[in-house]
Design a protein around this ligand. Structure first.
Ligand code: NAP
Length: 242
């Protein structure tokens, strides 16, 4: 098993990398800027006994997507995880360039990574088949009014990607599935300008707290495993009941 995790060096992606390493996947971890986090996560994965390389490339550029897949080589799994909310606020108060950047990263790049995943893993294209996991968000079905409607709309596009692509490539040996995390304790919230979001929103979730990265990673690990061999075209919500 050899799996690419985009955004696999911090937050949810890093937890996914550690979980997949424990399951015996050799790994390629993509990231954008944070070399120190990449080094740390890769070392943690290697300590679990697998091969792990990192690729620094911006997935919002065509060259970046190409670079990551060229470095990855033959793959049996792709976790399409890189993403960010970038900004919090009502749509009318969100600058147009932020709306574009949010859709570009969370939807267009996810589509291009999925496209490259099919080229890398599709049996009719010389691959050996595999699993693509798209990381969506509970926002896709909640709409996130007042916070980031544009991000929610992009993630709803990711859910449509999972549904459609799964049917398109089912007979090419690829399962396409999604996870939709609710509020998870990572720095994504602080990076978007709201460091208190986990503490504020977590207690309002039915399970009474924000989720941990490992709880999302375990869902991804199961979806990638043979235990989920009849699961495709669906998105599993990991959102504490919300
Ligand atoms: P995070 O902690 O901010 O980590 C994001 C990862 O993506 C980092 O490895 C980052 O690289 C990488 N990345 C960001 N922009 C990139 C780009 N342009 N090109 C390549 N890599 C890029 O985020 P997270 O909270 O773990 O979120 C992971 C995924 O889960 C995202 O798709 C997010 O939308 C989704 N999600 C998160 C939550 C939540 O509450 N945390 C909830 C629902 C869905 P650097 O380290 O180099 O910046």
């Amino acid at each position: 098993m050899r799996t690419l995790v985009t955004g696999g060096t911090r937050g949810i992606g890093a937890a996914v990398a550690r979980r997949l390493a424990a399951d015996g996947h050799d790994l390629v971890l993509g990231y954008a800027r944070d070399d120190a986090a990449a080094g740390r996560t890769a070392a943690e994965c290697r300590a679990l006994g697998v091969e792990c390389t990192t690729v620094r490339a911006d997935l919002t550029t065509a060259a970046g997507v190409e670079e990551v897949f060229a470095a990855a080589g033959a793959l049996t799994g792709v976790v399409n995880n890189a993403g960010a909310t970038l900004h919090l606020g009502a749509l009318a108060d969100t600058p147009p360039e932020v709306v574009r950047a949010t859709v570009d990263l969370n939807l267009t790049s996810a589509l291009l990574v999925a496209r490259s995943a099919v080229l890398a893993m599709g049996r009719s294209r010389g691959g050996s088949g595999g699993v693509l996991v798209n990381v969506s968000s509970g926002a896709a079905t909640l709409g996130s009014p007042g916070e980031y409607v544009h991000y929610a709309a992009a993630k709803a596009g990711v859910d449509a990607l999972t549904l459609g692509l799964a049917q398109e490539v089912a007979d090419d040996g690829i399962r396409v599935v999604g996870v939709a995390p609710g509020i998870i304790d990572t720095t994504i919230h602080a990076d978007a300008g709201d460091p208190g979001r986990v503490g504020r929103v977590g207690p309002r979730v039915p399970l009474g707290r924000a989720g941990r990265v490992e709880e999302v990673a375990d869902a991804v690990g199961w979806l990638m495993s043979d235990e989920a061999s009849y699961v495709t075209g669906t998105t599993l919500r990991v959102a504490g009941g919300r």
